[in-house]
Design a protein around this ligand. Structure first.
Ligand SMILES: [Zn+2]
Length: 336
């Protein structure tokens, strides 16, 4: 049976079960499958009686000023949807890892500074909302959440995201807006099911050029990022080493190197081709970062970061956009 009749489980406006109703709730507790205790008046009374709600699959405990997750939830093993939105949680207990049936977990609007590791054990999660916390980093093992479709991390303090994010192939929406990201890893381009990528209000200067491979993307937000071309002029190439120069000759002339020492062979295997179509060159460690505006999904012109073998290759016809042109293209991105 269902206690609340509203379709939304997270609005806080539906049949709130407050402390005065708990007597009735006790009577039906054994069969109750859905319970809303959003903004409940009594913080102590309601969780205590939760132990009888063993069949509960949806539980909304949002807006209750909770400083810890009530331990009685350990007994709600059938929980599929849990909202702890807008409380005062700064960590999650280890036993949360036991809620294996959770499909949807809302932790937005709390005080989480570190990503709670018990979440990584909830491998059936499809929707994870952690917006409006103070997260500073994500664990590289985040790809354990192999069924996750929506990852909402807007409004945190993230400076970077781990490369393993690229392994989360089920993701359809990745929300990283309003953080402190300075760059995105190339591996984002592996997320072939991604339809929505929200990156506004960050410190991004460019995007990895591989991102144009995300053909399914329908929504891309980039406003409030310093996506400018100005810094291109400031880039200086490090002087190539003799090893780099020799390796460039070997590689671009396709000289056989199978008899060379293993370390040199491995080095030669890391050759990257210069992206300038007029250049047949390769590079190894020494490269020039270059920004190019590229049509994206037929809708945007986005500044992409790619690498060239030398400064000479960066001075091609479209390499040095005048500042006005950069501004004009940028505006298109922001409005797109
Ligand atoms: Zn080149």
């Amino acid at each position: 049976m269902e206690w609340s009749s509203s379709g939304s489980d997270d609005s806080g406006s539906e049949g709130v079960l407050d402390a005065s109703q708990m007597g009735n709730a006790e009577a039906v507790a054994g069969n109750l499958e859905r319970l809303v205790l959003s903004a409940s008046g009594d913080k102590q009374e309601s969780p205590k009686t939760m132990s009888r709600f063993r069949r509960l699959h949806t539980l909304n405990l949002s807006c209750n000023a909770l400083t810890e997750v009530p331990a009685v939830l350990q007994q709600c093993a059938k929980l599929e949807k849990l909202s702890l939105r807008s409380n005062r949680l700064t960590e999650l207990p280890k036993w949360m890892a036991c809620l294996k049936n959770l499909r949807q977990l809302n932790l937005s609007g709390n005080g989480l500074k570190q990503f709670p590791l018990p979440i990584l054990e909830l491998t059936n999660l499809k929707y994870l909302y952690m917006g409006g916390n103070v997260l500073e980093s994500l664990p590289s093992a985040i790809d354990k959440l192999e069924n996750l479709q929506i990852l909402y991390l807007g409004g945190n303090q993230l400076v970077e995201v781990p490369h393993t994010l690229g392994n989360m192939l089920t993701l359809t929406a990745l929300v990283l807006c309003d953080n402190k990201l300075r760059a995105l890893p190339q591996c984002i381009a592996q997320l072939e099911n991604l339809r929505s990528l929200l990156l506004h209000k960050n410190q991004l200067r460019t995007l990895p050029q591989e991102i144009v491979g995300l053909r399914g993307l329908r929504e891309l937000s980039l406003r409030d990022n310093p996506l400018v071309v100005r810094f291109v002029r400031d880039m200086a190439q490090q002087v190539p080493t003799l090893r780099e120069l020799a390796a460039r000759v070997v590689s671009s002339n396709r000289l056989p190197y199978s008899t060379l020492p293993l370390t040199l062979k491995k080095y030669l295997d890391t050759a990257h081709h210069c992206v300038n179509p007029m250049c047949q060159g390769v590079f190894f460690d020494s490269r020039v970062e270059h920004v190019k505006f590229v049509d994206f999904c037929g809708k945007y012109r986005v500044p992409l970061l790619h690498y060239l073998c030398s400064q000479r290759c960066a001075n091609g016809p479209d390499a040095d956009l005048p500042p006005e042109a950069g501004q004009r293209l940028l505006r298109k991105v922001l409005l797109g």
